[in-house]
Write a protein that binds this ligand. Structure first.
Ligand code: ZN
Length: 301
C-alpha cells in the first residue's frame, strides 16, 4: 500500500481505487527507491484512521483547531513544542515531536484552489498528500521551521507587509527588534512560497500520470523585488513569480524542496537570524501517530 487514505470521503476512495497503482508507480519513479521506502515507513507508522478528518467538527474535536466553514483542504501539523528561542537566536531544546492530521471533505474541496480548474477531488487529495510527503521526507519539515520563525516574533503581522512595517515603526520596540521582526516575517513568507509552489510542481508531476493537467501560470515568471526601508538599513525581498525560476527541470525542483535547508541562506547582517536559521536546521524532528501525540498534546478547549 503506497498512497494511504484512511478517511471516509467516497469520491476520494473511488478515484484512488481507479488510479492507485499508476500514482504509486509515479511516486516511486519521482522519489527514487530510497526516499520512496522512507515514505512508506513513515506513513505505515504514523497514519491511522484517526489521522483523517472528514468534517470541520471532527477537526475541532480532535485537534482543538477552529477552522472556518470555507476552509480549504488542509494538512494540519500538531506539536507539543514550546518554541523557545533565546535572545541570540539559539534553541536549547532541539527535540520536536510532531504529528500530521488531514482535513478533507466535500466542503473543503469547494474552497480549495484546485476547484478553479477541476471538480475532481483527487487533485486536492494529492495536493494535501504531497504536503505529507514533504513533511515525511524533509529532514526538518518546512512546517516546523515556519512555526519557529513565526513564534520568535514579538508582534505578528496583521495585514500586508507595508502595514506591518508601519505598525512596527510606531511600536515601542527598539530599532534592532523592529528589523528582526520584519526579517522573521520575510523568512516565513519565503518558506511558505517555496513550500506551496514546490508542492504544486509536485502535484503536476504526479497527476500528469493519470492525465490530469495542473496549470502553473506563475512558473518561470520573474519574482518581484520589494524594497523595505528598515531602521537598520534597506531590505529587499522577493515576492510572487517563481521561486524556482532558475530550475528548468521540474524533477530538480522536487529535490530542492526536499532539501530546502541546504539552499536557504539567512538574510545578511543579522546575527540573530543567522543563529536561528542554523539552529532550526539542526532540530531533531520526530513524527508520531495522532494517538501518540494526543497523550501529550492538549487541544485548546
Ligand atoms: Zn498547499
Amino acid at each position: 500500500m503506497a498512497i494511504t487514505y484512511l478517511g471516509g470521503v467516497e469520491r476520494i476512495l473511488t478515484e484512488l481505487e481507479t488510479h492507485h497503482d499508476t500514482l504509486d508507480q509515479r511516486y516511486r519513479e519521482l522519489l527514487g527507491d530510497q526516499k520512496y521506502t522512507r515514505l512508506q515507513e513513515v506513513q505505515a507508522r504514523v497514519l491511522t484512521e484517526e489521522s483523517f478528518c472528514d468534517n470541520i467538527k471532527t477537526v475541532r474535536k480532535k485537534t482543538g483547531e477552529i477552522i472556518p466553514d470555507d476552509a480549504p483542504s488542509k494538512l494540519l501539523l500538531l506539536t507539543g513544542a514550546k518554541f523557545r528561542v533565546e535572545p541570540d537566536g539559539r534553541i536549547r531544546d532541539r527535540k520536536v515531536k510532531t504529528s500530521a492530521v488531514f482535513y478533507l471533505s466535500e466542503q473543503s474541496f469547494q474552497h480549495s484552489s484546485s476547484s478553479e480548474f477541476t471538480d475532481n477531488p483527487l487533485v486536492t487529495f494529492i495536493h494535501e498528500y504531497n504536503h505529507f510527503v514533504t513533511y515525511a521526507l524533509q529532514k526538518v519539515p518546512i512546517y516546523v521551521a515556519m512555526m519557529y520563525l513565526s513564534q520568535a516574533r514579538d508582534l505578528a503581522p496583521s495585514g500586508d507587509i507595508n502595514e506591518y512595517v508601519q505598525e512596527l515603526l510606531t511600536s515601542d520596540l527598539d530599532p534592532r527588534k523592529i528589523s528582526q521582526n520584519i526579517g522573521l516575517t520575510q523568512a516565513v513568507k519565503v518558506l511558505d512560497e517555496t513550500q506551496e509552489k514546490g508542492n504544486r510542481i509536485l502535484d503536476k508531476l504526479i497527476l500528469q500520470s493519470v492525465g490530469i493537467d495542473v496549470p502553473l501560470p506563475w512558473r518561470f515568471q520573474e519574482r518581484q523585488q520589494i524594497p523595505v526601508q528598515l531602521p537598520t538599513g534597506l531590505m529587499v525581498y522577493g515576492q510572487g513569480g517563481d521561486p524556482y525560476r532558475s530550475i528548468r527541470n521540474d524533477q530538480d525542483v522536487l529535490d530542492k524542496l526536499l532539501e530546502w535547508e541546504t539552499y536557504m541562506a539567512p538574510p545578511q547582517g543579522s546575527q540573530f537570524m543567522t543563529n536561528l536559521l542554523r539552529e532550526i536546521k539542526r532540530l531533531k524532528t520526530s513524527r508520531v501517530s495522532f494517538k501518540q501525540m494526543r497523550k501529550k498534546y492538549k487541544p485548546k478547549q
